[in-house]
Design a protein around this ligand. Sequence first.
Ligand SMILES: [Zn+2]
Length: 308
Amino acid sequence: MSATLFVSQSLVDHHSIPPSHPESPLRPLSIETILRQSGLWSDLGHATAVPADTNALLRVHTARYIEQLHLITPKKGTILAAEDTPMASDTLHAATEAAGAGIMAVEAVLRGDYKNAFCAVRPPGHHAEPTKSKGFCFLNNIAIAAQHAIHCMGIKRVCIFDFDVHQCNGTIEALGNNPHVLIVSTFQHPLYPFSHYFNQPANVVNIPLQEGCSSIEYRRHCESKIFNAISQFRPELILVSAGFDAHQDDPLGGLNLIEEDFDWLTRLTKDLAQTYCQGRIISMLEGGYDLEALANSAHAHIRALTGK
Ligand SMILES: [Zn+2]
């Protein structure tokens, strides 16, 4: 049996915003391509996401916000749902499917069908707030998955580990001060979204990093902080907001991580998951905008998840 489930979306090209936008439909395709080329593809279990139902969305977002997303959806072309956050006619379907991927992965891992899972989905989610689209994000996929685990699967303690180069303002807005959740976030500071560094609920562990931070500095600075935070919380499930834009080649971030760092981060997370929650990890794609760096970094992450 495969240890790792790979969840894809039904159409590779939906959320069909212009390919010139950094959050391009080519992103998950680049991951799939490298997995096929390396042979890792056949070591994975595979599933296609189905859209999350409205109740699942309403555990994170307001009914009025969901209604607004339907109302503003363009019949053709794109509109801006927020600054630099284009929305096409098929965006909302893609977003509900991305959210549904996390739910599917949570259920598969908690049933014991797989040890862990990676959801290669877009649009990403961690900047989406309960009432706001933001930073290329519409629905907060990882927060919706966490709430599903808590409300429908009996999980009492979920850790969300976010290693995207940008801080997860949406996840903090949705789950800050939730006693069932710990949010551990490594991110470049100062950098977009500039909003939640000083607004720090008790269940959020911020690990800010200076522009130019190298592999060695990142590991030295983060290892004990990540380890201590997660060890103290003793999660029953670990969710990962896997943004690969802390890579040195990424056009939107200023950190200098390389592929091997994502392997290292994944093994650190796996060790903690093994100690506290039977290895259960669900990882969801967030950022990562240089296609080659994204593919290589996601490959290192997924390979580490499989234990190869
Ligand atoms: Zn990012």
